[in-house]
Ligand binder design. Sequence first.
Ligand code: MN
Length: 228
Amino acid sequence: MDYAIDPPPLPSLPVVGSALRFPVRRIFCIGRNYADHAKEMGAQVDHAAPMFFCKPADAVVTDGADLPYPSATADLHHEVEMVVALKAGGRDIPPAQALDKVFGYGVGLDLTRRDLQAQAKAKGHPWDVAKAFDHSAPVSALRPAADAAPGPDTELRLAVNGEPRQHGRLGDMVHDVPAIIAALSTLFELKPGDLIFTGTPAGVAALRRGDRFHAELAGIATLDGRVA
Ligand code: MN
């Protein structure tokens, strides 16, 4: 096919133990999925209806690339999260079939312009400028599910400049992975290549220029990077 302008490159993630890469189609994120984080934000957990937002696929930062400090904020926050990568999709996926759609797991940061998010909340505006900016989604290499899958006792951690910042257990998620996939698939037809950020535990705080971060989904994935 001939295009009127050059088509944009396809964002992709490395895969642990493989030379093949995972093509990223869309990025979905769930909000308020750990009670301790919802509490620190002064928000309520909704057990019946999970809250979702999106980032563009090309917000991914991969392969240890430096993270440029974003424009228009003085309060860039980290949110360490497990990332689920889909190899198959569908509509109205039953929770019992949801894990069959998973390619693998990684760890990422749902970076947030917290000052712009607070303004958006106050005005009832959408969150896009707070959440969906360029380079807002650093993600590790993906670990195929066939290789190692996380469980309720799997720990999620983030350290900045060697200091522990965030720590949680996947068992503390309000909505687990099958429930998230099932709920999302009632709102969107999920597709291979989709990524899902599964929410952050308490301890979100500022990242500054020059900070080095180390995120870990224990035994599954690690992500190291630097704010340039
Ligand atoms: Mn988040």
